[in-house]
Design a protein around this ligand. Sequence first.
Ligand SMILES: Nc1ncnc2c1ncn2[C@@H]1O[C@H](COP(=O)(O)OP(=O)(O)OP(=O)(O)O)[C@@H](O)[C@H]1O
Ligand SMILES: [Mg+2]
Length: 531
Amino acid sequence: MIPMMGMGGEMWSKFGSTLASIMFMYAMFQQYIPYTFRSKFEKYVHKLIGYVNPNIQIRFHEFVGERLERSQAYTAIKNYLSSNSSKQAKRLKADVGKDSTNLVLSMDDYEEVPDEHEGVKVLWAASKSSPKTPSFSLYPTSSGDEKRYYQLTFHRKNRDVVINSYLNHVLEKGKAIAVQNRQRRLYTNSTGHSYYSFKKSNWSHVVFDHPATFQTLAMEAEKKNEIIDDLITFSKSKDYYAKVGKAWKRGYLLYGPPGTGKSTMISAMANLLNYDVYDLELTAVKDNTELRKLLIETSSKSIIVIEDIDCSLDLTGQRKKKTDKEDEEETDPVRKRAKEESSIKESKVTLSGLLNFIDGIWSACGGERIIVFTTNHVEQLDPALIRRGRMDKHIELSYCSFEGFKVLAKNYLDIDSHELFEVIQELLAETQMTPADVAENLMLTTFTRNTDKCLENLIQALKTAKEEKKLKAEEEAKEEEKKRLKAEEKVKEEEHKSMKTEEKVKDLKVDEKVKEDQTEAKEDASTPSSN
Ligand SMILES: Nc1ncnc2c1ncn2[C@@H]1O[C@H](COP(=O)(O)OP(=O)(O)OP(=O)(O)O)[C@@H](O)[C@H]1O
Ligand SMILES: [Mg+2]
């Protein structure tokens, strides 16, 4: 044992002294050899190493270009390595990931991670270089001056595989991981702060974490699956759209009464496809130019939403006149308010501007985008806006069906069947209740603490709705009858009037005839006879 230790100690001391001498010589070399000679010397040393060393190295710096933008390749590699390094590297860096709940691990500086692709072995290393000349700054620069990079090392015989295949594989995988890990955003253009115009973007955003999914959406299973299929096919059809020469986008029109789940479906779409949501408030857009600017700023993999399209835009001059008239009759306070607001702000976005937005040349920039319009009154929309090709899919969201109710019962009460379901089925067929109202009744509150009570409440609400519907129908029938009687009366009155005028005309004609006769008789009397 002891001799061994002695040997080890001797070896270390030798190694230490050699290292010290090399360091000393290097310091001397740096201090006393002129710079020009030194740089030439270093060049030859690198060349010499190049002849001897069979490996090739590629560096991917964090910041590149004149404006020192963050390199996309660096970010993609970082993401790619984060999944590998957490299994292999010994020293890791941790950062908070999306939702602020999970940790994302990546390899620490000077750590190395091996990787293999198509039988080719490579080695990744994370590293950083400090600036050679110290820089002075008024601002604290903790790590700003350090230049981080990843270094890829591989044998030169594998050059083709690495450059042609492996690097693409790394970038693609890295980007896919970034999409998965990214925190999705909900953007809006309706901040209303015009003094923020110096800001770079016209969109402001918050974190998008709406929990709605297609599983929790009350809807017929067949219809739901059709929509899911459509969305997934769209998201995977990049090559197909390129082949047929169409911009990679798809338009959906969601229509139906308030509270039937239009907005909920948009959130479910975003969650299904992992897309960002851009909620475009048309009334806050000044004109077509601003609209185009907003569109260009939207990123790929996003859903652009225009809610209540019929209220948010006076699409044509004709339409404006029509809506003015309708204002008096508008009973829904929200729609009335929206109409008032839109007329106050005097948005100059026109129908043609909007159509350009949907399928003009500009719409192709970015790609992989879904445009969703919602409306409560599909019949009021301009045919040009909703023709096929612009809005590829029209989806009607309607009153709650029994199938929809079962989804809600499963979500809210966690039950698949119940003895009261039959009654509810009958009542739902006879009434028109929105999923929002049904959901409201199924919500467990302090008052309705159990399932039976909830279902009974719903039955009560459905019965009331049925009664109201009956009363409303009766009232409408009465109203119709009143209108019919009024119309009949009017017709009679008209007839009466026309008869009277006819009589008057007749009388007048008789009077005139009498007068004419009288004047003729007078004239005859006053004319002296020729005899
Ligand atoms: N089909 C549905 N499935 C599940 N929940 C629904 C459904 N429809 C409505 N709801 C519930 O009702 C609430 C209101 O629905 P939502 O906002 O999606 O309606 P909307 O159709 O967008 O109405 P509006 O036309 O007034 O904008 C939602 O928070 C959701 O909980
Ligand atoms: Mg809505």
